[in-house]
Design a protein around this ligand. Structure first.
Ligand SMILES: O=c1[nH]c(=O)c2[nH]c(=O)[nH]c2[nH]1
Length: 304
């Protein structure tokens, strides 16, 4: 019985491209997950071993990053149109291109106006929080005598597109990391904080919703305002900011994955990458964890 090659398509899926446009101190971010699927005269590739009609998936990946540099990312639709048209119009064997684009939307982190470093605006030009990702958490334990209440959040994704460096670290025979004097700092915050509240002697309950909103706000502001020499330093700054502003909280524990953004090498395509186009890696990642607590308070938030 003869067999027939049916519908087929190929391309690089899930190209995580982050394009930053730096207009002075006000940066714009477009953060996409782009999947390319091409079809055309590809029978030979499947049937004969000839790759003469095959545009490598690796090339489709490079094209995504090169186009982000060359044309910027105006919108997911416009970026998809540019790519689809290129693959079909410029590659004789390719007759159909399907470009799927997911966009992760970022909002600016706002901080109070009285900070002179960020003139004329309540928004920080280089600090962003990803929209609609976070989950609020809480754990309430009661043993008949008192409560222990730990609240928190997870999946609060934030990014600073500047004001982050990392250098001066140990270098041994396995170190290849280049020192960074202006890098992207991005993390997906998991935070837990413990309340002093125990519920004994008719102690007043804190206003839980207001407390949550305020703790979150102080963590975001600390993230945005800290000129960071390490994610560890940012962690400490976020924890202390909460303790300094929220008397009801006496311990904060943070887990901060370092969501690495690698500059894409565009030199092979004759383009300079002036801190504009990044590859957002989802793994491996550095994981920075730690707690900050008031002096005299025994930390109790469990290590994850
Ligand atoms: O902020 C950082 N802290 C580290 O400990 C570390 N290690 C690393 O490779 N990159 C970074 N970045």
């Amino acid at each position: 019985m003869a067999h027939v090659l049916g519908q087929n398509q190929y391309g690089k899926a899930e190209n995580r491209v982050v394009r930053i446009t730096r207009n002075g101190n006000r940066h714009e971010i477009r953060d996409l997950n782009v999947s390319v699927a091409l079809s055309g005269d590809l029978d030979d590739v499947h049937l004969t071993g000839s790759n003469a009609n095959c545009l490598p998936t690796d090339t489709t990946k490079n094209t995504v990053f090169a186009y982000a540099k060359k044309f910027g990312i105006q919108s997911p639709e416009n970026f998809g149109i540019l790519l689809a048209r290129h693959f079909v119009d410029d590659t004789p064997s390719i007759h159909r291109a399907r470009i799927r684009v997911e966009e992760y939307v970022w909002d600016r982190i706002a901080i109070p106006d009285n900070n002179a470093r960020f003139i004329g605006s309540q928004e920080v030009g280089h600090s962003f929080v990803r929209r609609n990702t976070e989950v609020r958490t809480s754990e309430i334990v009661y043993d008949g005598t008192g409560f222990q209440i730990i609240s928190g959040l997870k999946d609060l994704v934030v990014m600073n597109s500047t004001n982050s460096e990392f250098w001066g670290y140990i270098k041994d025979e396995y170190t290849t990391l280049k020192e960074a004097y202006d890098r992207i700092l991005a993390t997906q915050v998991t935070a837990r904080w413990k309340f002093g509240f125990t519920g004994v002697d008719d102690e007043q309950e804190p206003n839980w919703d207001r407390s949550y909103a305020q703790v979150r706000k102080h963590m975001l502001e600390a993230f945005a305002e800290t000129y960071s020499y390490s994610l560890q330093q940012t962690l400490y700054s976020m924890g202390t900011r909460v303790l300094n502003n929220r008397p009801e909280v006496d311990e904060v524990r943070l887990e901060l994955p370092n969501k690495h953004h690698f500059l894409v090498d565009l030199e092979p395509f004759g383009m300079e990458n002036d801190n504009e186009v990044y590859y957002a890696a989802d793994r491996m990642y550095g994981l920075i964890e730690g707690s900050v607590h008031r002096e005299g308070v025994t930390p109790v938030i469990p290590v994850a």
